[in-house]
Ligand binder design. Structure first.
Ligand SMILES: NC(=O)c1ccc[n+]([C@@H]2O[C@H](COP(=O)([O-])OP(=O)(O)OC[C@H]3O[C@@H](n4cnc5c(N)ncnc54)[C@H](OP(=O)(O)O)[C@@H]3O)[C@@H](O)[C@H]2O)c1
Length: 365
């Protein structure tokens, strides 16, 4: 497809009206407006594949916010492992697509109709949805919140999707109790770095796994009780180590976001009547499993996703308030691996998939 035909297809997918026509003009009576260009820088994918399918464009149409939406000028966007699942097609999604599930920036326009959350142009907000690898994103107001003073945009996004996820994992997927042994894989990653802190704050005894000595040191510095380098010769038999540490019993809960490579070990490492929370596929999806495999130890398995826990505005605000309290008080620390310029989105995904990162990757539009 030629570049102009491609753009025409993209435009047809987006709302064809200009920001300065119907939706925006209905706002001009009530809210101040900001100058909004008709095109922007964005990273799009047209097909599934490796990081090379990410295309940096400088003339991508700026979307028009529809009813229930806000147009946000992104100051920062988050990069999450889930972005790679949509890129590879592991998770199906319509193409062309702008990846990126979260961002922080300034509200520059409101869609027409009711404004139940009282947003106004100029608000500094964080949002969860899709389309973050861009300068401008039209986002649902229901999944957008104002960022409190005392938390920067970078801090908010370093903790937003990942932080909300770990709060739901520790409170709802499996309500972790003080004194319990917990096994957390990829403990130095974006979600892992925050989860280790949340688990320790509850008073759990944490066994973290991480690849390489630097990552191990990082997880230890967060207070994890035992950290295993599961890529080292010694740490390869991490199940044995987990059994040793827990007096042969195994752990009450395994938080497994690595998937394919750790799955069998996680089944072995969980104790009788224990729980496995499978919440990601960093090494690939877990193979099909015969449920009868769970019966000898009466094991429970859950496969949660953040968006399932924050569907209603009440649920969303509950977890956001909790998260912002922790971030503002610095009880929950964030770690930013690197802020990549928008045009380096492909490199950022390479680094993430290459296991070269700790903490959170951010993108600067
Ligand atoms: N269910 C949900 O709602 C939800 C929400 C957020 C995140 N997640 C999941 O949580 C996980 C972490 O996400 P994140 O964005 O914070 O990423 P991340 O943890 O920063 O990066 C993934 C980490 O997984 C580990 N890993 C193990 N085997 C790997 C392999 N074969 N290839 C690549 N990495 C491998 C690596 O750490 P080591 O080098 O230490 O092994 C790597 O750094 C992902 O699986 C993601 O899908 C799920």
């Amino acid at each position: 497809m030629s570049s102009s035909a491609r753009l025409a297809a993209i435009r047809a997918q987006l709302n064809p009206t200009s920001l300065f026509s119907s939706a925006a003009s209905s706002q001009t009576q009530k809210t101040p407006t900001m100058s909004i260009p008709s095109t922007q820088k964005a990273v799009i994918i047209e097909t599934t594949g490796g990081p090379e399918v990410l295309q940096f464009m400088t003339d991508y149409p700026v979307p028009t916010p529809q009813e229930g939406q806000l147009l946000v000028k992104n100051n920062i966007a988050g990069i999450n492992y889930i972005d790679t699942y949509f890129r590879t097609g592991l998770y199906p999604s319509p193409k062309p697509e702008i990846l990126g599930r979260e961002g922080a920036g300034t509200v520059v326009a409101l869609g027409p109709g009711p404004n139940p959350y009282n947003f106004k142009v100029g608000d500094r907000v964080a949002w969860l949805n899709t389309g973050g690898y861009a300068e401008y994103t039209a986002v649902p107001a229901a999944k957008t919140v104002k960022i409190p003073d005392g938390i920067s945009d970078e801090e908010a996004i370093a903790g937003f999707l990942s932080g909300l996820t770990v709060l739901t994992l520790a409170k709802e997927s499996y309500p972790v109790k003080k004194g319990e042994w917990v096994l957390l894989h990829a403990a130095a990653g974006g979600a892992g770095f925050l989860m280790t802190q949340v688990l320790k704050s509850i008073g759990a005894k944490v066994i973290g796994t991480a690849g390489g000595p630097e990552k191990v040191e990082l997880v230890k510095s967060l207070g994890a009780d035992v950290v295993i380098d599961y890529r080292s010769e010694e740490g390869k038999d991490w199940v044995k180590k987990v059994k040793e540490v827990t007096g042969g019993e195994g752990v009450s809960v395994v938080y497994d976001s690595v998937g394919k490579d750790t799955w069998e070990g996680s089944l072995e490492a969980v104790k009788r009547k224990g729980t496995i929370i499978w919440f990601g596929n960093a090494s690939g999806p877990v193979p099909n499993i015969q449920l009868t495999r769970l019966s000898p130890k009466c094991v429970k398995i859950a496969r949660p996703t953040l968006f399932g826990y924050i569907e209603t505005r009440e649920e969303f605000e509950f977890y956001v308030n909790e998260l912002f309290k922790l971030l503002k008080s610095r009880q929950l620390k964030v770690k930013i691996h690197k802020v990549y310029p928008l045009e380096d989105a492909a490199q950022a995904q390479r680094d993430l998939e290459g296991r070269k990162t700790t903490g959170k990757l951010l993108l600067k539009p």
